[in-house]
Design a protein around this ligand. Structure first.
Ligand code: SIN
Length: 326
């Protein structure tokens, strides 16, 4: 909070600026996905309501910055809004690792409850000392495993090399099933799968379909084993320098957009699941309860490995979100 107060003092200086405030919003996915649509809705509402005061430029598909450089660009104020997947903040906080733990959240509703409750809200401020400020959470969806062979039981994954995001938790998760991992930026995944550099990946349906991963992965197992969600982040120095009356309107727009993204994400993923099924390019494998339990049993030890690092209080709150009542 000290960071916020210090920066707030600067705000008065910016207030007199007549030029419009420019917000560059960079992201790595296609426009027809929960995040892509959210970025465009934010731009539309800002233009409608803040007219000449604020200009928003959206750069999808890693066209401005990609996974490797987008957070550094945010800290240098070369870009002012990002929504990286929650697995991509490792350098700045380990608390967000909670979102990568396999089989922790029963479903997206549980994730939603955790993000709305006190501990989840606190995590928006977990990177303040790096001047990275969380403005909200956006859903994508639960992840599915895809591969060059049918994965029904954990032993089927042994020896395969899976593409992962920059995440120690995800590396450990695949090690539990005796698979290898390669960390790659999202923009490199299609080529890596197509060339055989890696043989598997984990993605929600919207990313699978929009990036055409299903065209180079003949099997997709519906595991729903973890979540791929986003934190909408800004540069705290930039944000608190925006005049108060404009900033509060921007925050109200962000709340509205977050509500819309989070309401529609599950539906978009279901639509893309159906498109993948209709394409006939990839076989979708549903697990029996016994098979799913085998994956859960194999991967759950990862929780213990990371509990101290994440914080037992955060893990406890995340587990409690599987219950509707607090
Ligand atoms: C994203 O949805 O932003 C990309 C996630 C990934 O790198 O797998």
């Amino acid at each position: 909070m000290a960071v916020c107060l210090g920066i707030a003092i600067l705000a008065g200086a910016v207030e007199t600026n007549a030029a419009p405030i420019v917000i560059r919003f960079s992201h790595v996915v296609a426009e027809d996905t929960p995040k892509g649509k959210g970025a465009l809705l934010f731009k539309q509402l800002v233009e409608e309501r803040l007219g000449d005061l604020v200009k928003v430029e959206v750069f999808p598909n890693s066209s401005l910055y990609g996974d490797a450089d987008e957070l550094a660009a945010l800290r240098d104020n070369k870009v002012q809004l990002l929504a990286p997947s929650l697995a991509k903040f490792e350098t700045y906080t380990h608390q967000l690792r909670v979102f990568d733990l396999p089989f922790l959240f029963d479903d997206l509703e549980a994730v939603d409850r955790f993000q709305k409750r006190a501990k989840g809200r606190q995590l928006l401020y977990s990177m303040e000392q790096h001047y990275i400020l969380g403005l909200g959470y956006w859903h994508n969806g639960m992840k599915q495993l895809s591969a060059t062979r049918a994965l029904r039981l954990p032993a089927d994954a042994a020896g395969l090399n899976f593409r992962i995001q920059q995440s120690d938790v995800l590396e450990t998760q695949f090690r539990q099933v005796k698979a290898q991992t390669t960390r790659l930026a999202f923009s490199q995944v299609f080529e890596a799968l197509a060339s055989g550099q890696v043989q598997g990946a984990e993605n929600p349906w919207s990313n699978l379909y929009s990036q055409r991963f299903h065209e180079v992965q003949p099997y997709i197992t519906e595991t729903n084993h973890g979540v791929l969600d986003y934190m909408l982040v800004t540069n705290a120095r930039f944000w608190y320098a925006i005049p108060h009356r404009i900033r509060t309107q921007l925050e109200a727009i962000i709340d509205e957009v977050s509500y819309a993204v989070n309401r529609e994400a599950a539906q978009l993923n279901e639509q893309d699941r159906q498109r993948v099924a209709a394409s006939g390019r990839s076989q979708i494998i549903s697990l029996s309860p016994r098979e799913r339990e085998a994956w859960r049993a194999a991967m759950e030890p990862v929780w213990r490995h990371f509990e101290a690092d994440i914080g037992p209080d955060v893990l406890k709150a995340a587990r409690a979100s599987n219950r509707r009542e607090e």
